[in-house]
Design a protein around this ligand. Sequence first.
Ligand code: SF4
Length: 249
Amino acid sequence: MKPHFIPGIYNYCDRWCERCAYNHRCQIYAEEQKLSPEQKDPGNPAFWEYIQSNFRKAMEMVEAWAKKENIDWEAFREEALSEEEEQELSPGQQALDSLSRDYARRTLDWLKAQRDAFREYREELMSRLQLGISIGQEASRMNDAIEAIQWYSTMIPSKTSHALHAYRHQHEWYWDSPLQSDANGTAKVALLCIERSLGAWEALRQQLPEKADEIIDMLVILGKIRRGLLHYFPEADKFIRPGFDEPEA
Ligand code: SF4
């Protein structure tokens, strides 16, 4: 890794690379810039070959680490796999997991159903412009809100699910402390995605007051997911994300 890259920064980010203030210090971003159009297209075999080669490289790195730490990798892997099979989420965790997926489904359905409303709103702004009436930042604010809601709607369930499945491993020896465990860090990212979504929904509510009731339903679901995450990860905010929470980086 080149020295200006921040190790592990990509593990606890929102994956919105175009908008990331640290993309120049992220190795994943740098690698992705080297990909050909074919390697970025899931319909092309080159995409899957690239994924396969990355998995192979990752396995080689893990095996090299295990050797260095004097760990019997095969035994470690078998133990991890059998634990994974046994692993069940508690009923409360299952409910939270499923609520976060439900939120994503409802959000994407809602956005699809609003295409006409969004178009009408844009047309209204255009006609005001033609009349010489200033529209300020209204159009870009709405676009930003829609993009943020859409982006985070899929991040929220994936991060929530990951955090819940890693919940029982917070006290494993390989973390510096439970606060710095993968579960706690992933929960922090899920909560950040929720905060940003709440802000975006609120911006949309102000611009589309006729949709306020439907938007409030979404805010209520997000509020429940947020409460659920804080119940399982009350100290998620204490996790220090590489780069983002280290100003000196
Ligand atoms: S750290 Fe930034 S550039 Fe790197 S993967 Fe995350 S969002 Fe993308």
